[in-house]
Structures are given as C-alpha cells and as structure tokens.
Ligand binder design. Structure first.
Ligand code: CAA
Length: 391
C-alpha cells in the first residue's frame, strides 16, 4: 500500500472586508425582532464589500498574508486554486486576476473550483492530492476560499450575508496535517442555485437545511467506519469540530442531529448542548462577526479552531455545498498552531473596520440594484464592473 508523505497546511492568511453591519441595526431597518437574528439564527454582524472592494481584493489580501509568513518563495508555488461562487467570468478563472497581482506564472496549474460552498474544500483536497503526487515535484500549492455573499433584499437569507477569504499554503504540516482520507457524500438537489446572469441565489431554505443535515450524518458515519469508532465515541474524543457555517444555529442543529443519531443524547438532552458549548461554539465567534462567507466560512472556523492547539490534537472540518455535496476531513495540529500568527491579522481587521448604519446599508442595497440593472444590460457581474471602474 502507498504510504503518504505528511502534508498539510504550512501557512494561513485571513482577510475580511472593511465594512460591517450590526444585525440589530439590520433588524430595525427590516422591522424585525432582532432576537430572530441574534438568537434564532445566532448571527451578530455581517461583513460587507463596498466601494471598489472585490473578491479579488479579499483573495489577494488573504494570499499575501499566507505568503508573507511562509518560508518558501513564489517560484516554489506550482498550483493555485480558488474555490468560490463569486466568479467574475464564465470562462476565465478568478486565479487569473489573483496570479496577475501576485506575479505568479510559469510552471503552474491555476484554476477556479465551483461547487457552491464546497468549492474551497474541493480546491484544498485537489491541492493536497496534487502535493502528495509526483506531479508536484515537491512544490507547494496555494489555495484560496473566497466569497462575497448577497441575497435579494428582504429575502430570508439576507440576515446571513457575509464576505471574506481564507488562503492556505499546502506543503509541510506546520499548522496542521491533513488526513489522507476524506469522507465525501453527494446527490443532486435543488436547494440553492444561481442561474447564469442572475445576481442573487434562489433558495429552498427548508430543503437546504435537510440536505446539510443529511450530508453531515453520512460523512460523520463514513469517518467513524474508517476510524473504527462509534459516532458517540468519535464526538467525545475529537478535540474540536468546525462546520460550514451558513448561520451558527445551523451548526448547532447539525451537531444535535449527530448526537441524536449516536448514543450521546440518550438519557440527557444536556449532553448535546454541553458538547456544542465545549467543542463547537468557541470556534464560531469569528463567523458570528463575519456572516456567511460561503466557501470561506468553514475555513474561518478551522482557523479559529487551530489557534493555540498542542501538537497532535485532532479536529474535524465538515464542508457542505448546495447542489449538493459534503466532505469531512480530519486535521491534526502541527508546531505552529500554538502561536496562531493568523489570528492577529483578523483581530486587526475586526478592530479597524467601519460600522455601517441601517441607512448606509439601505443606500448600499439601492446602489447595488442600479449595478444589478447594469449587469443585465452589460452582462458584467457587480465585481467585474467594480474592477473595470477601478482600472
Ligand atoms: N426570537 C427568537 N427566535 C426567533 C424569533 C424571535 N423573535 N423569531 C424566529 N425565531 C427563530 C425561529 O424559531 C427559528 O428557530 P428554529 O429553527 O430553531 O425554530 C429561527 O429563528 C429562524 O426562523 P425562521 O425559520 O422563521 O427563519 P426564516 O425562514 O426567515 O429563514 C432560513 C431561515 C430559511 C434558513 C434563511 O436564513 C435562509 O434562507 N438562509 C439561506 C439558506 C441557508 O443558509 N441554508 C443553510 C443550509 S444550505 C448551505 O449551507 C449553503 C449555504 O451556505 C447557503
């Protein structure tokens, strides 16, 4: 049997937009009880891309931070993949814009991966599998998960909006080793989709929740078959769990479904709640301040989960993408997890960003409607219009 070289995340870079809206202000704007968002969905703030900021800026910001702390040079990157559902073009990959700015070219595989929120995870798996193969010739991969999420104004998804980017260099497992085996699951479902040329996604909310939970149950079960543990045993021994986070309450519900399926919930409903508070909730606080950054949302939670970990501690990362597919991976903390250099960048971003009022946000949405009109006339996406205006 082939033995795998120990490969993982060698460097991490995070980037969020410089504006945010408090969901209490958003609730006032929409005439809703704020508790619906802060308690019902467990969301607190949404990060927003305004002005000339685009997904390219977010991706570049995250990539530059990951590269800055990595000991290798740009000529050591042989693979660049971006997972996103905020594509700028139906043909050209988002990596074209990012590689141009980073000045990465030559002996390089560079492309975009699309599968709703699963795209970042698929890009990471492809990078990992490439890095383990002779095709990499020992070079490293740069993977970026990035999205700028806007739902139609006043739609149920609007309070869950967010934006951000997470970049990972896949090479030596300095921050975390990636387990060679991952646990995937997929079936065709119409839970969430965005037709070509349309600015906002269509959502079948209840179906999306059902698909997410089914994916979680199937992937965790497959993982337990592989690790030869019961589901309850797995949940009790793993040090921390990160999940794709469309809104944090969804994650709590998914963990509840896993506990119900295992022996954990038997006898005491508090056990599932305590498990959530101990092993999941501490790694959702960044997401609560960012909102749903789609492909990046799981990786913000993973980045928080790895902060301060001792070498050898194992965490899980569950990814879900509408359409639909899911994948569960295990990560083992490496020597640089403890110092968690990436956390400082994000704390700086949080402290420096500008808070919008409900009225500012309303103005932004109206402007976006004008851009959306332009999109249908020019065929250019909102981000591409911003890029053309900026150049
Ligand atoms: N105080 C406290 N809680 C309140 C409340 C109040 N005043 N009013 C309502 N709530 C609670 C509700 O009881 C409910 O909680 P429970 O589910 O525990 O009962 C919660 O707030 C939400 O209320 P609703 O179900 O009425 O909310 P909604 O129908 O307006 O919207 C949603 C919910 C459909 C999920 C919507 O947010 C949505 O469409 N989101 C986008 C789709 C999505 O995120 N799906 C997740 C899985 S798909 C995926 O993962 C891919 C992706 O990233 C999009």
């Amino acid at each position: 049997m082939r033995t795998f070289e120990s490969i993982g995340i060698a460097s991490l870079g995070l980037k969020i937009p410089s504006f945010f809206l408090d969901l209490k202000d958003f609730a006032q704007l929409r005439g809703t009880d704020p508790n619906k968002y802060t308690i019902g969905l467990s969301c607190h703030e949404m990060a927003l891309c305004l002005d000339q900021h685009t997904v390219v800026d977010l991706a570049l910001g995250a990539a530059r931070r990951a590269l800055m702390r990595w000991k290798g040079g740009l000529d050591q990157i042989g693979f660049l993949a971006i997972g996103t559902e905020s594509a700028l073009d139906m043909s050209a990959p988002l990596t074209k814009w990012v590689a141009r700015e980073l000045k990465i070219s030559g002996a390089l595989r560079s492309y975009e991966v699309k599968h709703a929120c699963l795209g970042g995870t698929l890009a990471l798996r492809q990078a990992y599998e490439w890095r383990c193969s002779p095709a990499s010739k020992g070079k490293a991969a740069l993977v970026i998960a990035v999205d700028d999420t806007l739902y139609e104004a006043s739609s149920p998804g609007e309070p869950t909006q967010g934006a951000g980017a997470v970049a990972m260099i896949v090479d030596k497992p300095l921050i975390a080793e990636i387990d060679p085996c991952s646990h995937s699951w997929s079936y065709p479902a119409d839970d969430f989709w965005r037709p070509i040329g349309e600015p906002y996604p269509h959502v079948n909310g209840p179906l999306s929740l059902e698909c997410y939970n089914q994916g979680a149950l199937a992937c965790f079960q497959d993982c337990c078959d592989y690790t030869k543990q019961t589901l309850g045993g797995f949940l009790e021994t793993i040090k921390g769990m990160s999940f794709h986070t469309p809104f944090p309450k969804m994650v709590q519900k998914a963990l509840g479904a896993l506990c119900d399926k295992s022996e954990i919930s038997k006898g005491s409903a508090d056990k599932a709640k305590n498990l959530f508070l101990e092993k999941v909730a501490p790694y959702l606080t960044w997401n609560q301040k960012i909102g749903n950054s789609m492909t990046a949302s799981l990786w913000f939670s993973v980045a928080q989960n790895l902060c301060g970990r001792q070498i050898g501690e194992q965490i899980s990362a569950f990814s879900y993408g509408s359409g639909c597919g899911a994948e569960l991976q295990l990560l083992t903390a490496g020597p640089e997890a403890r110092a968690a250099a990436w956390a400082e960048d994000l704390q700086d971003d949080f402290s420096q960003r500008t808070q919008l009022s409900g009225q500012d946000y309303d103005h932004f949405r109206r402007l976006n409607e004008v851009l959306k009109d332009g999109t249908s006339k020019t065929g250019l996406s909102k981000d591409e219009q911003k890029l053309r205006q900026a150049s």
